[in-house]
Every structure is written in structure tokens, then in C-alpha cells.
Design a binder for this molecule. Sequence first.
Ligand code: COA
Length: 368
Amino acid sequence: MDKQAREKAGLRGVVAGATALCSVGDGHELRYRGYAIEDLAAARTYEDVALLLLRGELPAAAAREAWQQQLAAARVLDPAIEAALLALPAGAPAMAVCRLVADLLACAPDAPDEPEAAAAALLGTMPAALCRWMRAARGQEWPGISRAPSLAAATLEMLHGTAPAEADVRALDVALILYAEHEFNASTFVARVTASTRASCLDAVAAALAALKGPLHGGANEEAMRLISRFDSPAAAVAGVKELLAEKRLIMGFGHAVYKSGDPRSPVIKEAARGLSERHGKQEMFAVAEAIEKTMLADKGMHPNLDFYAAVAYACLGIPTELFTPLFACSRLSGWLAHVGEQRASKALLRPAAEYVGPGPRELPPAA
Ligand code: COA
């Protein structure tokens, strides 16, 4: 398939609807409701950004306080959900665990079905459930639900069983902000299609989770880490990537459907990853990542997307690789649900047309 046909098949550049949530400009910037992603990452928290997406404006102090209390109160593990997590077979895919959590929440008779309430329930339960499941799978004692004030702090505390350093919390918060929303990407579009049928908020999230799992989308951060981990020096990374490119293999964490001259989120997460690598003694891993970046630019003219240095940042924070995509999902919950709200408001059922390329009209042969 040539480039033009591939772009057409991938619906590149097709305007499939309207949104007030997020814009990518002409493919060089990213803004949430008008605010530059760099400014939000530098000066706001994930909790503020989630409210910006869900309500339309950044919160004032009282609204922030109330939202944080709502999220902290939602950070519970229903005994039925905990029992289901502990009954899962070894090696269960972590994104299937995320879907299970969304589906179990949907089974409750009082399941939330308004975007903000669903976001609070999911933002409370999902990280707790993932940490509970992961620690049990590793035979580690469960420290209990964290009462830390932010999603980033609570996640690190529940995962590691100790109070995290402030700098680590801030770095994870930056990653959560960068991952929170991204216009009509594949999983968000799936969420909107699902919501357009008048399915529930939790149904839309379950569908989006399935789409996010793939390595061309959310799964790329895990694949990027697997690539980086293969090399024990920058020189080995350069040689290895050149070999993979010669075999016409995809290098995960590079390229983007929209950003052709660089993902604006990448420099932000790269600096966070650099700081983390210095604090956690992972400078060699960072150097390997930079060697891959330089090789991809020199040999392919391609830039890293958010997933590439997010993988380095997560690894420095001691997050297991199989939780990279689930953490992306936790962050994107606010974006997905804000889109569900928009889609519901439009009242339209998404049902595009197809270009038919099959056989022309023909006579039905007698049955054999
Ligand atoms: N590594 C190596 N080559 C790549 C590449 C990558 N990560 N991404 C694209 N290419 C190549 C393609 O093979 C194709 O080469 P060809 O013209 O010789 O066949 C060319 O670049 C254009 O690729 P195309 O798939 O049309 O680009 P796209 O812009 O539609 O694809 C992605 C965007 C994200 C699907 C693609 O870049 C990719 O698969 N990246 C890796 C997965 C990833 O990181 N996903 C997370 C996205 S945030």
C-alpha cells in the first residue's frame, strides 16, 4: 500500500467531529482547553488538569480541595473487586485487569453514569486495584490503601509500600498530565463511538481500555522499555537500532500519526526522565535512550513520542513494565470521560459510511 493509500485507510486528517477539549494545532503543539501542555506540566497537578478537562476550567482553591477529597474518598477497594483480583491466574495481562475493574464497577447497582462521578470512581479504584493485584502477584505484602493527597503519590506509595520522595511524585504527576488527553486518538475515538450508542460511561471506558492496549497505541511505552533494556551501552543501542531498521522493524516509541516533526510532550517528559535517572542512578539507561533517539533522527528522520521517555521515567520510578500502559490508562480516564460528556451532549450516533470495494451486484447461484 503506498503512503497516500495508507493515510486514507488510517483516516489521517479526516475531521471526525468537534471537541473543545484539546487541540494539536497544525501538528506542532498540544493544548488542553487552550492551555499549553508545557505550562500545565510546569505549574499544575494531574488533579487540576482532570477537572479542567471534565468541567472546562481550572479549579479555584475550594473546588480543588473538594475534588481531592472526592478522589481520596473514592480510593477504596470493594471486597468483591479485591477477591476477583486475588483469584486471577498468574500472568494475567494488566490491561485485562484494568478492564475487569471497569466491568466490576459497572456491575454495581449504583454504578456511576455521569462523566465526573465515573472519573472519580475509576481514578480512586483503578490504581489501587492495579497495585493490589501487582503486589499479590509478586508475593509482596499489601500496605493498604494510600491516603496520600494525589494520584501520583498514592500510586507510588501503594506500589512500593513506602512514602515516595517529593521529586518522584512530581515527575509522575508530570507524566500523568501529559497522558491525560489527546484529541481523537484511537482509544478516545472508541470511547466516543461507544458513548454515541448511549452505552454507559463505564462501558465506554472498558472499550477504550481495549483499544489502548495495542502496541501501536498505549502499549508502545512497554515495548519501548523492552527495546531500551536490550542494550547495555549507547554503542550497543546504536548498532542494535541500525540492525532493526535494516530489517524494516518498527522502533516503538517513535513516530506519530499527527506530530511529524516532534511530539511536543517529548521534551517535557525527557527532562523529567533525565532528572529521575540522575536521582536514581540510572544514567546509563538514559544514555542508551538518548543514543536510540539520535540514531532514529539521523537514520530515519524520526522523533520520539511521549511513550519513549515516559518508559525511561517509569522505569526509574521502579514501576514494573507491565504497569506502564495501565498507568497511561489511569491518566487518560479523565480525557476519555470528558469526551464521553461531549459525545453525549451532541446526541449523535456515530455511524460513518464505507467505500464499497467488493464484487458488483450478482445473481445468487443455486445452493450446492
Ligand atoms: N520505527 C520505524 N519505522 C517507522 C516507525 C517507527 N516507529 N513509525 C513509522 N515508520 C515508518 C513506516 O514503516 C513507514 O515506512 P515506509 O514508508 O517505508 O513503509 C513510514 O515510517 C510511515 O509510517 P506510517 O505508519 O504511515 O506512519 P504513521 O504516521 O501513520 O504511523 C505510528 C504512526 C505511531 C502508528 C507509527 O509511527 C508507529 O507504528 N510507531 C511505533 C508505535 C508507537 O510508538 N506508537 C505510539 C504512538 S503515540
